[in-house]
Design a binder for this molecule. Structure first.
Ligand SMILES: [Zn+2]
Ligand SMILES: [Zn+2]
Length: 379
């Protein structure tokens, strides 16, 4: 990890380079007579302009998002501490039952010595390296603490959302091991993934009989979690994370049907993008039909309300039984900018969810699959 100081400086420059284009006319630095003349908005330290005319022209649009984009720019730097291992901090076994934990505030309130843990990240080795090399002014302590907390929610959002779904479907984790498949796992989701990344599930359900999480997708990255799925009993009281490079229906046929992988108790898709276009839909169709016909409890997460609406429509057209949907109480709180257009409202990972189960009209328990604490968006 310890590269020379110069290397850290270059690394942060390189990370920032991706965002260096004029927010108004979209020119890249190379297209300017002097690439160094690109100026940055001083308030947010996020967006760039090729000159003051572009900056002035952009201000009426940018001013509405400048404050939020400041958080975005901060979080994408502090996110480096996830890579170094400072985030997440060691978390506590849940002292409340899952149905009593309804928000991130509830979750943070269960973390003993939270102040000390946060302040040790704040004053840690890598935080110092970051601000010594990044070429941006160091924000106030309070802003950094909030950023660490947002990145913590970003990291823990996935395991906790899975925990909420296991609970919502009434899946029993105490009499037998449970298997969860993450479908459509992407390159970015599996890059740098560590075998411990879903360990929060053990702290949600202390004393469980073993939880296996298999990430399946054509773009999963080779790494420490690339190992065979389990065929039978999971490691009691522990989370076993693995990944498998294949389309889900192929994985099902070659691994699940042949009993080389356990049949899932729950399937989760983070941002499958069902709404996006016909192509994507066609890609997902065999998986959606498989999950429906085999009656696998399923949860999808979605970025925004618009996509939620479209996704619901698609699932309804496929006659899938929708058992719950709405705002996810355990959404990531880290804002992410729409890369090509920084002046669009930032998005949040897993902001909304849909749960579904089997074929429509075959179930008379409408509350199955509703996440506790979730706000219903109405019919
Ligand atoms: Zn410009
Ligand atoms: Zn700004």
């Amino acid at each position: 990890m310890d590269f020379g100081i110069r290397t850290y400086f270059d690394m942060f420059q390189k990370m920032e380079d991706t965002f260096k284009f004029c927010a108004e006319c979209k020119k890249l630095p190379d297209a300017l007579p002097d690439p160094r003349s690109l100026r940055r908005c001083k308030r947010c330290q996020n967006v760039y302009y090729c000159n003051s005319e572009c900056q002035r022209a952009n201000w009426p649009v940018h001013k509405k998002l400048c404050k939020k984009l400041k958080l975005v720019a901060l979080d994408r730097l502090v996110e480096w501490l996830v890579f170094t291992g400072d985030i997440p901090f060691p978390t506590a076994t849940w002292t409340k039952r899952i149905q009593e934990v309804k928000s991130w505030d509830d979750w943070f309130s269960m973390q003993e010595h939270l102040e000390e843990k946060l302040s040790s990240i704040l004053t840690g080795h890598y935080m110092n390296i970051l601000w010594a090399n990044v070429g941006k002014p160091k924000p106030e302590e309070g802003e950094l603490l909030e950023s660490i907390k947002r990145l913590t929610t970003d990291f823990q959002s996935k395991p906790i959302t899975i925990g909420m779904a296991l609970h919502a479907f009434g899946i029993d984790l105490y009499t037998k091991p449970v298997t969860v498949h993450i479908v459509g796992a992407s390159h970015i989701e599996t890059l740098n993934t560590r075998v411990t990344d879903y360990d929060e599930l053990t702290r949600v359900f202390p004393g469980h009989q073993g939880i296996e999480v298999v990430m399946v997708g054509v773009n999963v990255v080779d790494g420490p979690i690339m190992r065979p799925p389990l065929t039978a009993f999971g490691p009691r009281g522990r989370v076993y994370l693995s990944s498998y490079k294949a389309l889900y229906p192929d994985f099902w046929e070659s691994q699940v049907e042949t009993h080389q992988a356990a049949r899932p108790d729950l399937v989760v898709g983070f941002h499958p993008g069902l709404h996006a276009c016909l192509d994507v839909m066609e890609g997902w169709l065999p998986t959606l039909l498989l999950l429906r016909d085999y009656k696998i409890p399923t949860l999808f997460t979605i970025y925004n309300e618009q996509e939620l609406k479209y996704s619901l429509k698609i699932l309804t057209e496929l006659e899938t039984q929708i058992t719950g949907y709405g705002a996810n109480p355990f959404t990531s709180l880290k804002p992410e900018q729409v890369y090509s257009n920084p002046n669009k409202s930032p998005i949040y990972c897993s902001a909304y969810y849909i749960t579904c189960y089997g074929l429509a009209g075959t179930l008379d328990e409408p509350d199955l699959g509703r996440l506790d604490g979730a706000e219903d968006k109405g019919e």
